[in-house]
Design a protein around this ligand. Structure first.
Ligand code: PLP
Length: 432
C-alpha cells in the first residue's frame, strides 16, 4: 500500500475521534531514536509515542528476547505460572524504591492507576473504613477510564461524560510555579500549595482519605516540575490522615528523568507506584507495585486481567529494564538533558514566545506564550512550531493544561549529535 492508501483506509475504518490531531505521516520503521516514513524520510523522534519508547525503537536485545519468547509460549492466564512473568516481578521489586515489592500486571497506564485506587480503597476497607475519598491534583493526568479520568485534574477530558466522573475524588491546587494558583513565588511562598493540602482535607473532603495520588513530575499536564520539597511535605500531611501515597510513574518511570523513578528526586517512598509506558518501551504492559502492607488487602475476587503479565511482554520488559540498568541510561538522560536545557535556555533569551523551559533529564517542556510578561498561552504557535520542526525532521509532542507546552521526550537511545541537531532544528522552527 502507498501512504495515501494507508491514510485513507485508517481514516475510513477508525473512529473519527482517533483521527483528530493526527499528522498525515505514515511511519514504517524505527531504530533507536530514528523513525522513517513511507518515503524513507528520517525523523529524530522526540515524541516517543507519548513518551513510551524510552529505550528506543526496536532495541536488538529486546527484539531477541521477544523472538525467543514468542517461540516458546505466549499466554496462559493467571491460573498458571510463567518464567518471564516471575523474573520481571522480581526485577521490579529490585529496582523500585523503598518497600515496594508486590506487582499486579495489567495492560495500560489507566488500568494501573485504577488498580492502585482499588488497592488503596481495599486497604482502608480492610481497616474498617468505607466510603473513602482520593485526593488528586489540578492539572494532573492519570488516564481515560472512569476512575483514572476522575483523578485527572483537567475538565477538558470530562465534557459530556459526567456519569463517568467519580464524586469521591477531590482535587487540590497544583504545584505549578510558572502559573501559581495562589499567585505566589517560590521559595518566598513557603510551599503554600503543599501546606494548603491540609485545608483541602479539612474543608473539601469527608476527612476519610484512602490515598493521595500525584505524578512526581506532571507529564501530559505540561512537564510541570514541583518545587523540590513539595512531595515530601504533601505526603507527610496525608500520612497524618492514614492516607497512602500513590506515585503515578506511568510517564516519569524508567530513567528518562535522570533517575530510575521520578520520586527519587523528591526523597519520598510511595506505598503504591503505577508503571507503564517505559516499562516495555512500546509493548502494552503496565504494573501496579505495592508494599506488603498495602498489597495484602486485595483478594483474588477483587481483581484479574486476562492479558496482565503476558509471557511475551514480560520477556520484553525484563530485557528493556536490563538494558537500561546495564547501560546506565539514567545517567545519559541527565547528560543529554543538560545539553537540551542549555540549548533551550539560549533560545529562551531570544524568543519572547518562550515563557519557561523546565524538566528533568530527557523529560522537557517548553511553555509557549504570546509574550513573557503577559504569559498568555499560545497554543496555535505551539502547533506551528511542532509542524515546522516535523517538516525539518524532528517529531515533538505538545500538551499542557492550556495546550501550549512543547514536550521534548526523546528515547534514551538519542545520541549527543542527534540532540544538537534537534536543538538546531527547533531553533529554526521557533523563528516566526
Ligand atoms: N498516568 C500518566 C501519568 C500518564 O501520563 C498516562 C498517559 O499518558 C496515563 C496514566 C494513562 O496511560 P494509558 O494511556 O496507557 O492508559
Amino acid at each position: 500500500m502507498n501512504g495515501d492508501e494507508i491514510i485513507k483506509k485508517q481514516d475510513e475504518f477508525m473512529l473519527p475521534a482517533t483521527r483528530e490531531g493526527r499528522y498525515p505521516l505514515v511511519l514504517v520503521e524505527g531504530k533507536g531514536a530514528i523513525l522513517k516514513d513511507i518515503n524513507r524520510k528520517e525523523y529524530i523522534d522526540c515524541h516517543g509515542g507519548y513518551a513510551v519508547v524510552t529505550l528506543g525503537h526496536c532495541h536488538p536485545d529486546v527484539v531477541k528476547a521477544i523472538v525467543e519468547q514468542t517461540e516458546k509460549i505466549w499466554h496462559v492466564s493467571w491460573d498458571f505460572y510463567l518464567e518471564s512473568t516471575s523474573l520481571l516481578a522480581e526485577r521490579i521489586a529490585q529496582v523500585c524504591p523503598g518497600k515496594l515489592k508486590k506487582t499486579l500486571f495489567s495492560n495500560s497506564g489507566a488500568e494501573a492507576v485504577e488498580n492502585a485506587v482499588k488497592l488503596a480503597k481495599k486497604r482502608a476497607f480492610t481497616n474498617g473504613r468505607e466510603g473513602t475519598q482520593i485526593v488528586s491534583l489540578n492539572g494532573s493526568f492519570h488516564g481515560r477510564t472512569s476512575y483514572a479520568m476522575s483523578l485527572t485534574g483537567q475538565n477538558k477530558y470530562k465534557k459530556g461524560l459526567s456519569t463517568f466522573v467519580n464524586p469521591n475524588v477531590v482535587h487540590a491546587p497544583a504545584p505549578y510555579c510558572y502559573r501559581c494558583p495562589f499567585s505566589m513565588t517560590y521559595p518566598e511562598c513557603d510551599l503554600h500549595c503543599a501546606k494548603h493540602l491540609e485545608h483541602v482535607i479539612k474543608y473539601e473532603t469527608s476527612g476519610d482519605i484512602a490515598a493521595f495520588i500525584s505524578e512526581p513530575i506532571f507529564g501530559e499536564g505540561g512537564i510541570i516540575v514541583p518545587p523540590e520539597p513539595y512531595l515530601k511535605e504533601a505526603v507527610k500531611i496525608f500520612k497524618e490522615y492514614d492516607a497512602i501515597y500513590i506515585a503515578d510513574e506511568v510517564q516519569t518511570g524508567f530513567a528518562k528523568t535522570g533517575k530510575l523513578f521520578g520520586v527519587e528526586w523528591y526523597g519520598v517512598e510511595p506505598d503504591v507506584m503505577t508503571l507503564a509506558k517505559g516499562i516495555a518501551s512500546g509493548l502494552p504492559l503496565a504494573a501496579t507495585v505495592a508494599t506488603d502492607e498495602v498489597s495484602g488487602s486485595l483478594t483474588s475476587i477483587d481483581h484479574c486481567a486476562t492479558y496482565g503479565g503476558n509471557a511475551v511482554v514480560c520477556a520484553a520488559a525484563l530485557e528493556n529494564i536490563n538494558v537500561m540498568l546495564r547501560e546506565r541510561l539514567h545517567k545519559k538522560a541527565l547528560d543529554l538533558g543538560k545539553i537540551f536545557m542549555e540549548g533551550f535556555s539560549k533560545l529562551e533569551e531570544k524568543h519572547s514566545s518562550i515563557g519557561e523551559v523546565r524538566g528533568k533529564g530527557l523529560m522537557i517542556g517548553v511553555e509557549i506564550v504570546k509574550d513573557k510578561k503577559s504569559k498568555v498561552p499560545d497554543k496555535a504557535e505551539c502547533g506551528r512550531i511542532r509542524k515546522k520542526a516535523m517538516k525539518k525532521g524532528v517529531l515533538v509532542n505538545s500538551g499542557g493544561i492550556l495546550g501550549n507546552v512543547l514536550r521534548v521526550q526523546p528515547p534514551l537511545a538519542i545520541s549527543e549529535e542527534q540532540t544538537k541537531k534537534v536543538i538546531e532544528i527547533l531553533a529554526y522552527a521557533f523563528k516566526p
